[in-house]
Design a protein. Structure first.
Ligand code: FAD
Length: 444
């Protein structure tokens, strides 16, 4: 009997463990994707547009045989499976809170119809929940997790491709919706673009990654995050390319890929941390509720050049450099005293790589309420961060046109402000003190 391969966060055909498993059960595989309002509604337009692009590319790779349906996954997956007389539905595990709930429902609905549910692999090198302390407890701190994750090891990439199976002609299908119009310039979607992006990085930037990864003025990072988000490439493919390379660039890259796995692991054990403080002492933290301040931050009009450049890069590209993500997040929480989840929501609305685990837990890391948090009292000074990591001011000038006439690093500490550029909306030294006092109130 044929089987169904239900695609979710694995929009590729190479290194696809679930496809390999499906091929062992049947040579006739129906490729299915379900447009699920529960996921599409909260997704920002940029991420949705990128998703539709990835679906187009996947459909092309399948010779136009992707079956697209819209509705409740439990009903739609069963319907599709029954229609072709499938014996099983194969998936890569989804480990996020919504995905786990949904999959339990779908698996049950399938079982009621005598159709098997087979999970193989996940979007991670090691399935969240599997790397634990010797006593079985989850790790709360990154470095020991990284050590245990490395020692645990992972399988090599699954040897799969478009012609491994015969793709079943869909009994019916929707057209892939037209992508919402977005002003951001998005990356090229799909598996081939993911691999090209990665190979360009290996050729041009891996060796200098260790130092350049902190420089938003350089193309020093992979920009692979949107592809990992949708599974256009699997992290094991990337890790296999780095295997045996003990250079500083490769070591550093393995560490960053592991941060992604660590946050997924934390969310797996504590799904409520998508909305709530990991460290519950922070529930008592006093926040401001200034909507005008929040809007200025969102628009990149705070009067702090590196913060404004970052916020505008987010709007222009649906992506922001990691160093600047940390700076703008710190500014929202520690200079404007607004709650981290407001910033996290804005990020999720605009990021093409917006990922619940990485986003919410990085926000919590910056806010001090997460696992392994940056010590709360280490408060980023946005001016010195700019001077240090964008030393010639090129990054700021690229995204803040009002400052294009200001030369060199003077853009970070403006003596005279062009009149179109706002005054700093707050005094950093003062707000820093306010933050420390509020922190003292919850920890004393
Ligand atoms: P590279 O430096 O090339 O790193 C390679 C890969 O390693 C990344 O694609 C990513 O998968 C992983 N990685 C690197 N740093 C981190 C990190 N700190 N945490 C988790 N994974 C990491 N990343 C997301 O993928 N989605 C998000 O929604 C997201 N939100 C963030 C919010 C805040 C406040 C902060 C501080 C960071 C956030 N990150 C998020 C992590 C990081 O900023 C991005 O993964 C990185 O900037 C993506 O660019 P890159 O692919 O060029 O990174």
């Amino acid at each position: 009997a044929p089987v169904v391969l239900w695609f979710r966060r694995d929009l590729r055909l190479g290194d696809h463990a679930a496809l390999l498993e499906a091929s062992k059960h049947s040579k006739h595989v129906l490729a299915l994707y379900v447009l699920d309002e529960a996921l599409l509604k909260p997704s920002g337009d940029a991420r949705t547009a990128f998703l539709y692009g990835c679906l187009e590319k996947l459909d092309e790779q399948l010779g136009g045989r992707l079956m697209l349906v819209r509705g409740e996954p439990a009903a739609e997956v069963v319907k599709a499976a029954k229609k072709i007389g499938a014996s099983a539905v194969h998936v890569s595990a989804d480990t996020g809170p919504y995905g786990r709930r949904r999959d339990a429902e779908v698996a049950k609905a399938l079982a009621d119809n005598n159709i098997d549910w087979v999970e193989t692999g996940s979007p991670y090198a090691i399935m969240p929940g599997r790397v634990t302390k010797p006593d079985g407890d989850p790790y709360r701190v990154f470095t020991p997790f990284f050590r245990a994750w490395t020692a645990h090891g992972w399988r090599g990439p699954a040897d799969t491709g478009p012609s491994l199976v015969d793709w079943v002609e869909p009994p019916r299908t929707l057209k892939i919706p037209k992508a919402p119009k977005v002003s951001a310039t998005l990356p090229e979607p799909g598996e081939q673009a993911a691999l090209d992006t990665w190979h360009t990085f290996l050729d041009e930037a891996l060796e200098t990654y260790d130092t350049d990864r902190d420089r938003p003025d350089r193309e020093g990072t992979t920009r692979i995050s949107p592809y990992l988000r949708w599974g256009c490439v699997h992290p094991r493919t990337l890790l296999a390319d780095l295997a045996g390379n003990d250079g500083v660039g490769a070591k550093s890259m393995r560490g960053e890929l592991c941060w992604r796995e660590f946050h997924a692991d934390v969310l797996w054990h504590r799904p409520e941390t998508a909305r709530k403080n990991y460290d519950r002492r922070f529930d008592k933290m006093k926040h401001d509720s200034d909507t005008e301040a929040f809007e200025r931050w969102c628009a990149g009009k705070t009067g702090y050049p590196i913060v404004d450049a970052g916020m505008r890069q987010l709007l222009a590209e649906g992506w922001m450099h990691n160093r600047v993500r940390m700076v703008v997040a710190s500014f929202l929480v520690k200079d404007l005293h607004l709650p981290w989840w407001l910033g996290a929501r804005h990020f999720m609305n605009h990021l093409v790589d917006g990922d619940l685990a990485s986003n919410q837990l990085n926000w919590q890391w910056v806010a001090g309420s997460g696992t392994d948090a940056a010590p709360y009292f280490r408060i980023f000074n946005p001016t010195t961060q700019g001077e240090k990591f964008d030393p010639n001011g090129d990054y700021v000038r690229k995204y803040v046109p009002e400052l294009r006439s200001v030369p060199g690093k003077a853009v970070h500490k403006l003596k005279e402000r062009p009149k179109e550029y706002p005054e700093p909306m707050v005094d950093h030294a003062h707000e820093r003190q306010v933050s420390l006092e509020r922190y003292g109130q919850i920890t004393s």
